[in-house]
Design a protein around this ligand. Structure first.
Ligand code: BTN
Length: 325
């Protein structure tokens, strides 16, 4: 996309109604004919732009593709998204981000893909990643924290994804320990963080985020262990993938800046408030076997779940599946 076309999009977004051709030509420092050429190029790229004589132009809708330039025009960040890599297809954005980080990529580098052929889920599972519908995103972070504190960043990404879903759709997602995002009890997003570390510090962390945006029921594999859904299926409205991506990156950026200044406390508080088990009675199962019951108290600074059993003992749980009863 031509930088002037990017500026036109930014100016459209800053206005509620029409933007006059004269104003655009003044702001861009080009002739009205040149403005018209950029508008035509934007239309050819799928932007619907209305033109009304004596009023000007209005952006009606943006194309449903992930467009890094489009995303950049909507970012208000200091770190996350300062470098954006977009791939039409890849094996796994986490693997790509890991390689880039090993080669010295700057903190805040983001890898996005339209589809993944080997999307990585937790516990070695495959993350279904068809093209044209969802968000697959990995972010490189280089925080000065100890390796055992790295799970705090997974909680941070869960909160950012929950906020982005809420801001975009008005739906209120719940977080299920350790890090699934649910809408109406069905999984809508998953997080997979990976890291490179030494005993005394972290080289980098990769935040891997997958959100089912516009997937339809027939695109989910039959063998999913947990019921899954998409924001489109839950809200009935198609989600603009570029806008969603920028909302997510803006929220990640804010939360990460806050994390670096104030530590894990604010993230932990918001994560617990959004957790489906907060303060409730739960059962933890491991490989299908019930291993512990109790009241969900919260999460520890290393990500362990804290349960209080009926005999008033506090238990730290680090693996298993939680069911609210
Ligand atoms: C889970 O099992 O819940 C975690 C799923 C994480 C999927 C995302 S999609 C973007 C990033 N790249 C990957 O290969 N995996 C993560």
């Amino acid at each position: 996309m031509h930088p002037k076309a990017g500026t036109i999009l930014r100016l459209f977004r800053a206005e509620v109604g029409y933007v006059s051709g004269e104003y655009l030509s003044r702001e861009l420092g080009v002739s009205r004919t040149a403005v018209w050429k950029h508008i035509t190029a934007l239309r050819n790229n799928g932007y619907r732009i209305e033109a009304v004589t004596s009023r000007g132009y209005r952006l009606v809708s943006s194309p449903d593709n992930i467009d890094p330039h489009e995303i950049q025009t909507q970012l208000s960040i200091t770190k996350i998204g300062q470098r954006l890599e977009f791939l039409k297809q890849t094996s796994s954005t986490n693997a790509d981000a890991f390689r880039l980080a090993e080669d010295g990529a700057v903190e805040g580098t983001v890898v996005l893909a339209d589809s993944q052929t080997g999307g990585k889920g937790r516990r070695g599972r495959l993350w279904t990643s068809p093209s044209g519908v969802n968000l697959y995103c990995s972010v490189v972070l280089r925080p000065s924290i100890m390796p055992h504190e790295a799970p705090q960043l997974t909680f941070l990404s869960a909160v950012a994804a929950a906020r982005a879903i809420e801001l975009t759709t008005g739906l209120t997602p719940e977080i299920k320990w350790p890090n699934d995002l649910l809408v109406s009890g069905k999984k809508v997003a998953g997080l997979l963080n990976e890291m490179s570390a030494e005993t005394d510090g972290i080289n980098f962390v990769i935040l891997g985020i997958g959100v089912n945006l516009n997937m339809t029921a027939d695109q989910f594999p039959d063998e999913l262990r947990h019921p899954a859904t998409s924001l489109f299926l839950e809200s009935g409205t198609r989600i603009d993938r570029s806008s969603f991506t920028s909302t997510l990156l803006n929220e990640l950026d804010r939360l990460y800046a806050d994390f670096l200044t104030h530590g894990f406390g604010p993230v932990r508080e918001e994560w617990q408030r959004r957790c489906n088990a907060n303060g409730r009675q739960v059962v933890v199962t491991d490989s299908g076997t019930e291993c512990r019951g109790g009241r969900f108290i919260g999460i520890d600074s290393d990500g362990a779940m804290l349960l209080r059993s009926d005999d008033d003992l506090l238990h730290r749980i680090t693996c298993g599946d939680v069911r609210v009863i």
